[in-house]
Design a protein around this ligand. Structure first.
Ligand SMILES: [Zn+2]
Length: 78
């Protein structure tokens, strides 16, 4: 899973960056929340990987309530 840094400025995303970010949703969007974020997914509480293949996810536990403000959504870059 690609995990490049996404910087979200306080005063909004410059128009010049929006096209690039829109393209990133096609390739880098988080598989768990569908957004782009800077660190590990804020929606995920726990991930258990397959011991014999650490790229393979065996179980994912999500938070019932989670902070969506640190995630960039497709509508933020329209
Ligand atoms: Zn996520």
């Amino acid at each position: 899973m690609a995990n490049r840094i996404v910087v979200i400025p306080d005063d909004g995303i410059p128009e010049s960056d929006k096209a690039e970010l829109r393209a990133r949703f096609g390739t880098d969007a988080c598989r768990w929340c569908g957004g782009l974020h800077q660190r590990e997914c804020p929606r995920v509480k726990k991930i258990i990987f397959n011991p014999s293949d650490e790229r393979q996810v065996r179980e994912v536990e999500f938070w019932a309530e989670w902070d969506r403000s640190t995630v960039l959504w497709p509508e933020d870059v329209l």
